[in-house]
Write a protein that binds this ligand. Structure first.
Ligand SMILES: C[S@@+](CC[C@H](N)C(=O)[O-])C[C@H]1O[C@@H](n2cnc3c(N)ncnc32)[C@H](O)[C@@H]1O
Length: 417
């Protein structure tokens, strides 16, 4: 295993074997050129990819040495500084999307910023293969830079480089004042301190800062296309659910998951429950052909669960990771009170590994910090999920775990005893 060795020769052998396995199990070799991301679904390719990334990172740690490793982390936020500047200057939108290069002077003129500033940003981004300098002073898109400019990914990047990047520096103060325990109050977060409000993130963006709310809704839509959030998993429990099942997507955003599920599962009826502003943006974008199968309902999940009775599957994707335990228990107990023995809760979230180290799911670690900064919340291990579910209502029973391939996302299927 790449994580166990410091031997460069052994690592190079692992890399060479993994490259062969990878290339023989993916439809096309990877490229830096702008191209739609190709999801890796083959089991051998998934394993080879994991081995490759871990082995390559180990080589970088060994050859780079401890100073470079630690300084890389301590100053890692300047990667975000560079992406933030690119986002604000709209550089990605001003570079030709067909992959042809643009001269620095033209890019600067189109973006309305001095060449000298763009050069500094490009120097930082091209280090990570985000944009490429094709000849001195000429820049073209790579796959990574293209993503920054595509509508929903732009919103997702904006969410991270704007409200999260602004909030993160406050996290130590929030924790220090509580002896470094995370407060169980979603209104006393690094986010609420940075934005000087006594509200949780959602209360702020859907009331006080609606443009930020609209951007967040679009950003969530982008997460269904991202490799680390394996939407495919949600279809599996739904496809094996009894006929006549209704999907209630609790906090289902603008309906992207419900729409995808309705398109995939014939005759499935879906109700997306949301805060008023989100429900109305969702209704505006609902495809005509799904209007008889997908509806939006305004509902505050802390206040109650209005839909009950037989055959209801309650889907909560990326909801409970947004809230400290007491708030999660409230949401779950309202649902438990509406359930009968034929209903299920599908908790669609990360299921963190107990062990740690260089082969850990990096996206899950970042998301755990995201939740800490914005919500005083967290990603959870299987044991933490079990404790939370039982703590919400003694009658709730974990019936099955559906795990995505190649990352730590999954679905916890919960019934009522
Ligand atoms: C992280 S997003 C997840 C959205 C969607 N489930 C997905 O997976 O993309 C959390 C969602 O919870 C919704 N939400 C937050 N507080 C809520 C509340 N009190 N009642 C209902 N929905 C709420 C937000 O509007 C947001 O759409």
């Amino acid at each position: 295993m790449a994580t166990k060795t410091e031997d460069l020769t052994e690592l190079s052998n692992i890399i060479s074997t993994s490259v062969k396995n990878y290339l023989s199990h993916v439809p096309t070799p990877p490229t830096l050129r702008p191209a739609p991301p190709v999801p890796v679904t083959d089991e051998v390719a998934i394993q080879a990819r994991k081995q490759l990334l871990v082995a390559c990172r180990r080589v970088v740690s060994l050859v780079g040495g401890p100073m470079e490793t630690v300084m890389g982390m301590a100053m890692g936020f300047h990667d975000t500084t560079a992406v933030r500047l690119a986002y604000d200057m709209k550089i990605a939108q001003n570079v030709p999307l067909d992959g042809s290069p643009i001269a620095l002077a033209e890019l600067a003129a189109k973006s309305g910023v001095p060449e000298e500033t763009i050069v500094r940003v490009m120097r930082a981004l091209t280090l990570n293969d985000v944009f490429v300098e094709t000849a001195p002073g000429y820049f073209a898109h790579t796959g990574g830079s293209t993503l920054i400019g595509t509508p929903q990914m732009e919103a997702l990047v904006g969410h991270y480089v704007d409200e999260t990047f602004t909030s993160a520096p406050h996290v130590s103060d929030v924790l220090r004042e509580n002896n470094f325990a995370v407060p169980e109050d979603g209104r006393k977060t690094a986010f609420s301190r940075a934005f000087n409000v006594n509200k949780n993130f959602f209360e702020y963006i859907f009331v006080d800062n609606k443009p930020m709310g609209t951007r967040f809704n679009q950003a969530m839509k982008a997460t269904i296309a991202r490799g680390s959030f394996n939407l495919v998993a949600v279809y599996e429990p739904l496809l094996s659910a009894p006929k006549g099942t209704t999907l209630v997507d609790v906090g289902g955003g603008i309906g992207h998951v419900a729409i995808a599920a309705a398109q995939k599962v014939p005759k499935l009826k879906c109700v997306v429950q949301e805060i008023g502003m989100v429900a109305s943006e969702g209704l505006d974008g609902l495809p005509q052909e799904l209007k008889d199968r997908v509806e939006f309902q305004e509902n505050d999940f802390f206040e109650g669960q209005p839909i009950g009775g037989p055959g209801v599957y309650y889907h909560l994707r990326h909801i409970l990771h947004d809230h400290p335990d007491p708030a999660c228990k409230k949401i779950l107990s309202h649902i438990a009170n509406a359930m009968d023995s034929s209903s299920r809760i599908l908790i669609d979230e990360c299921i963190l590994d107990k062990s740690m180290g260089p082969d850990y799911d990096r996206a899950a670690v970042k998301m755990d910090f995201q939740m800490l900064v914005m919500c005083n919340a967290k990603e959870r291990t299987e044991a933490q999920w079990a404790e939370l579910i039982k703590g919400a209502d003694e009658r709730l029973v974990v019936e099955r775990l559906w795990r995505a391939k190649g990352n730590s996302t999954g679905i916890i299927e919960v019934g009522l005893a």
